[in-house]
Design a protein. Structure first.
Length: 150
């Protein structure tokens, strides 16, 4: 199973539609669960603590945790597909964590098994969710030798 924990609620219909479409496509390969947690609106330190506490409620010991972080490792789509395939050899769940506008608390980063960056650029969190889902779908297509990747 793939779990995506993300801070912030989607409001834009076109993004909701895109997420629904990729979720439907991914469900042909594996179960996927998207957990939306509320944005906190305090000073940076308090916001990170509140968001950390919310995120930790949904992470369990059996999850392989991948944090999405601008300082994480950049990999290609093929490397991402291989990584997903390798993770499922030893873990039954992959948990992706997308932080809020201030990023992720250090406790979450320290709990992470792998820190992933899509780019050094900053993306809107709502749009990034669609990008992550598309890459997960692409990874499954690659791993199943199905056309789509190119």
């Amino acid at each position: 199973m793939i779990k995506i924990i993300c801070i912030g609620k989607l409001k834009e219909k076109y993004l909701i539609d895109a997420i629904d479409e990729y979720t439907k496509r991914i469900n042909k390969f594996t179960k996927i669960n998207i957990i939306e947690l509320p944005d906190e609106n305090y000073d940076i330190a308090k916001t990170l603590v509140k968001e950390r506490d919310s995120i930790l409620k949904y992470i369990n010991e059996k999850d392989y945790i991948i944090t999405l972080d601008i300082e994480g490792k950049n990999i290609s789509s093929l490397e991402f597909a291989k990584k997903i395939d390798e993770i499922f050899v030893n873990y039954s769940n992959i948990c992706f964590v997308i932080g809020g506008s201030y990023g992720l608390h250090e406790d979450i980063k320290n709990k992470s098994n792998f820190s992933l960056s899509f780019s050094k650029m900053t993306f809107p969190h709502q749009l990034f969710r669609v990008m992550l889902l598309e890459q997960i779908y692409r990874a499954y297509k690659i791993n199943n030798n199905e056309s789509y990747h190119k």
